[in-house]
Design a protein around this ligand. Sequence first.
Ligand SMILES: *[C@@H]1O[C@H](CO)[C@@H](O)[C@H](O)[C@H]1NC(C)=O
Ligand SMILES: *[C@@H]1O[C@H](CO)[C@@H](O)[C@H](O)[C@H]1NC(C)=O
Ligand SMILES: *[C@@H]1O[C@H](CO)[C@@H](O)[C@H](O)[C@H]1NC(C)=O
Ligand SMILES: *[C@@H]1O[C@H](CO)[C@@H](O)[C@H](O)[C@H]1NC(C)=O
Length: 398
Amino acid sequence: MAGMAILKTSLACLLILLSYNHANASPVIGGAQSVLAQEALREILNRGAPILAQINVVSFAGFDEGCSRASKACDWMAKVPDSTRLVHMNLPGTHDTATWNYSDATQAALLRYTGPIPPASVFRCQEHSIFQSLNAGIRVFDLRYAYNPGNDTIGFHHSMALLAPTTTLEDVLFGLYSWLDKHPTEAILVSMNYEGGTGTANDAALQAHLYNIFQSKLAKKYWVQKNGTLGTLGQARGKLTLLQRFTYTLLPPTSTRRIGIHLDGSQWTDNGAAIQIVYNAAQNQVAYIEDYYYMELPTDAGTALNVQWKLNATLGHIDEATRTNEGQLYISFASASHNDAVPPVFPRTMALGDEMESLGVNQRLLPWLKKRKGKRFGIVMLDFYNAVPGLVEAVIGL
Ligand SMILES: *[C@@H]1O[C@H](CO)[C@@H](O)[C@H](O)[C@H]1NC(C)=O
Ligand SMILES: *[C@@H]1O[C@H](CO)[C@@H](O)[C@H](O)[C@H]1NC(C)=O
Ligand SMILES: *[C@@H]1O[C@H](CO)[C@@H](O)[C@H](O)[C@H]1NC(C)=O
Ligand SMILES: *[C@@H]1O[C@H](CO)[C@@H](O)[C@H](O)[C@H]1NC(C)=O
């Protein structure tokens, strides 16, 4: 009997594997197995750090950065009723999430993998980490994957920019699961797509690897299992919801299980200002997407005109979300890419303007959203969200 009790105790320790003490940042310690589990988690989060956050793996400091009792954004979904449909919510997201620490120094350190490529400012779209973003209220992440060097693990890229050669998708998912354990009222949406332009293969092994991640025991606990439709906040709390931008083209015909919604990349028109993707024909569920990222302007157009064109597309789309199709999903990208305007315009210039000439999309978005507080905006994907204080709160409607 005593042996049984000990067995049960160590099983219980295994079950609290990878969970934290909610009251403070220090990990729960109790029993040899949980010490092992804690050390394993430290190692995983350490490997995930280039994408997750600068975290002190001894104290876990950084995990909760910016998440104080005074911060309304940290657990903002706690106040939203369970019955609220996700398509009715205002969800701030980060476009090209994984680029937050991509600098010329990072690029130089990875030159042996990528060879010479354009400067980091062409690829960089964020400057706050995933944990910082979560604590600031961001709930949608845009993760672009492809093989890491060696073609054995799945990593993160923005076009030809490799972002972190030893961080795996699994590491980053563990980070998200850990955060959710501490913030069980919150729901996170994860958009995933295969990143082109990386020189890597989107082969059967890559697709099977992904499929198996979503089949795993952990996925069944931490990902919303519903297929083909978005439910309520109550159903999504404490979990990740998949926005599947990739398509399984090479899976064996027996691998039919799906979760989340499929935003088929082949219908996601490049540079589209008004994309419509039917993700569930039987229930007539449509995603309305604005992803107009490249302004087709002459090179002498300058920042102000580029920003104006981008705003026109984004505000036009969000305005539609406030007025029509109330049961359908809206996704508006406020982000834009590098273009060869003279002087050149980078994602940062589009989001924040240039000191000389004009405001960026983010500064101009803020008052526009504030004026419409209480309306449905849907998902709004941002670049450099942190540089304009109050922007995330304005998207949420706090
Ligand atoms: C961010 O990039 C710098 C420069 O490459 C690097 O020294 C630092 O370790 C990176 N931070 C993380 C969390 O990976
Ligand atoms: C990885 O895949 C790419 C593209 O298919 C190929 O060019 C490269 O040689 C592969 N690398 C390894 C180490 O297998
Ligand atoms: C998942 O949902 C989609 C959209 O409704 C549907 O086409 C597909 O057959 C479903 N797949 C599975 C495996 O149930
Ligand atoms: C502004 O957006 C509307 C759609 O909302 C589009 O029809 C029009 O062409 C856009 N104008 C510019 C200058 O981008």
